[in-house]
Design a protein around this ligand. Structure first.
Ligand code: HEC
Length: 483
């Protein structure tokens, strides 16, 4: 009962919004406008925030919120959040970043059926790899790795998950089938990032090596994912302690390394493993992302900047200022949007605290123009992000109208909020005994065109006809008329 009240309540809200948008339409769209322009004012696009994103989920590791945040990328809405469990401890070293229980990594298998994050609950204890089933969103296993587990990446053949352990200076090699750490690479304290082997749609990057940054030693460790052996260590920075993001271009031919301490992006050739260029970018570069076509790279910085850089000429195409530290980011699979995960959003827009912490969140940028398209506050600070297609979570059965739609169902969802659950009336007149004054065609016309405060276009032609027949029969189903 309560549930149905809520449902009816939200329907009224929806309809009210529909009425309002309907009125706006009349005010703002002049009669010569094409039908396309009218469609731009639809409720759906208003809900999406003026433009649509792509039909994907953005799955985001929620940092100190201890959660995994799942956004609908088309409508730019948080759909759900999963708590990753584990003890919630106080920070033992407050000034040290990342904070305790830092859900940082977000790595999907290439078919998106499983995903992994890494969480740590204590500085002096092992951190954990947590494996989830995408369809049920349930944790299926967890296993301990090194201390301060930060970022993770799968080998291109998906046999191993590599975890960079910031505080034990190692890379844990977790066998996915055995679900335990089977080997360890000793790389140096401040092991931070490992190049992901897949960015979009399960397309695996063609590369013999993966690359990991080691912050305190300003180096990149190159390892062969077939033998799990270190091939080379490349010193990338002159200033120690500020090397962070490391990413392969989508073609697997070059690697970009964010060397914050030197205000550079170091470019490494994958074939020769030599540094080929240093791109100067001010304000301490942190992370790197690429367009699916590989033509542009994006760099976020500790000074709140976002740079779009041409991967051929290394020229800056545009430069924008985000809110507080846009760190992690990803480009949508259609290449149109750049999602940055910001440590803080505007305190003017969100002047409150959530659980004692300032509001962090996502900003969405038009990759072409650099314009800010949308913003979603969230707990966090949010970290790594992966776009996954809708179907990876499972799709609702799309209903076949001719089989499942009934006049009663249509009436209850589109009309009853104004005309009452039993045709008795409410905001609109009673619809009892209509047969005394109207025909099926009269009623259909009112339904399709609307009347006074009654909005038009609530249902389509066929549905209007179905409801009209049902109304003439005083809301009693008749086999003769059913479709
Ligand atoms: C937002 C409220 C609202 C909704 C939703 C709504 N109506 Fe109405 N409806 C009205 C109002 C108000 C009137 C009276 C219109 C007028 O004054 O011209 C009306 C009039 C009618 C009439 C004419 C009744 C008469 O006696 O002249 C019919 C038939 C009707 N509605 C059917 C429907 C059907 C079927 C639906 C669902 C598809 C629907 N309405 C949805 C508000 C609504």
């Amino acid at each position: 009962m309560k549930k149905s009240l809520i449902v009816i309540g939200s329907l009224i809200l929806l309809l009210l919004t529909a009425c309002i948008s309907e009125e706006k339409k009349e005010e703002t769209v002049d009669s010569e406008s094409t039908s396309e322009t009218v469609e731009d004012y639809s409720l759906d696009i208003q809900i999406a925030g003026g433009t649509y994103g792509s039909e994907y989920f953005a799955v985001v590791a929620g940092g100190a919120s201890n959660k995994i945040l799942i956004f609908d990328a088309k409508y730019r809405k948080l759909v759900t959040a999963i708590d990753t469990g584990g003890p919630k401890l106080e920070r033992t070293i407050p000034e040290y970043y990342p904070n305790l229980h830092d859900v940082h990594a977000m790595t999907f298998t290439n078919d998106f059926s499983m995903f992994f994050t890494v969480n740590w609950f204590d500085y002096e204890e092992p951190s954990y790899v947590l494996a989830y089933d995408t369809k049920t969103l349930k944790e299926i296993w967890r296993t301990p790795v090194g201390k301060g587990g930060h970022h993770a990446a799968l080998s291109p053949d998906e046999k191993y998950l590599y975890v960079a352990n910031d505080r034990s200076g190692t890379i844990s090699i977790v066998d996915i089938e055995l679900q335990i750490e089977v080997d360890t690479l000793h790389v140096g304290e401040g092991a931070d990032y490992i190049t992901p082997a897949m960015y979009w749609d399960g397309i695996v990057i063609d590369t013999p090596y993966l690359f990991a940054t080691v912050n305190t030693e300003s180096k990149v460790v190159v390892f062969d994912w077939k033998t799990n052996e270190i091939v080379k260590e490349i010193i990338v920075g002159e200033t120690e302690g500020k090397v962070h993001g490391v990413n392969l271009t989508p073609d697997g031919k070059t690697v970009w390394v964010a060397v914050g301490g030197d205000n550079t992006i170091v470019v490494i050739d994958v074939e020769t493993l030599e540094i080929t260029d240093r791109i100067q970018l001010k304000n301490r570069p942190i992370h790197i992302s690429f367009n699916p076509d590989g033509k542009f790279g994006y760099v976020t910085t500790g000074g709140h900047q976002i740079f779009k850089v041409d991967t051929m000429t290394h020229d800056v195409v545009w430069n924008q200022t985000g809110t507080i530290i846009p760190a992690h980011m990803a480009v949508s699979p259609d290449g149109k949007e750049l999602w940055t995960l910001n440590h803080g959003l505007s305190t003017e827009r969100y002047p409150y605290l959530i659980g004692g912490r300032p509001v962090s969140g996502v900003q969405i940028w038009d990759t072409e123009t650099g314009a800010l398209l949308a913003e979603m506050p969230s707990e966090g600070p949010p970290h790594e992000i992966q776009f996954i297609p809708y179907h990876a979570f499972g799709l609702q059965q799309v209903q076949d109208d001719s089989v499942t739609v009934t006049a009663e169902g249509l009436y209850q969802s589109a009309c009853s909020s104004c005309h009452g659950g039993n045709l008795e009336g409410g905001g609109g007149p009673s619809l009892e005994n209509l047969s005394e004054k109207m025909t099926v065609d009269d009623i259909s016309e009112i339904i399709l065109k609307g009347s006074g405060m009654m909005p038009d276009g609530l249902v389509d032609d066929q549905e209007a006809h179905l409801i009209a027949e049902w109304l003439l029969n005083n809301g009693i189903d008749s086999d003769v008329h059913s479709h």
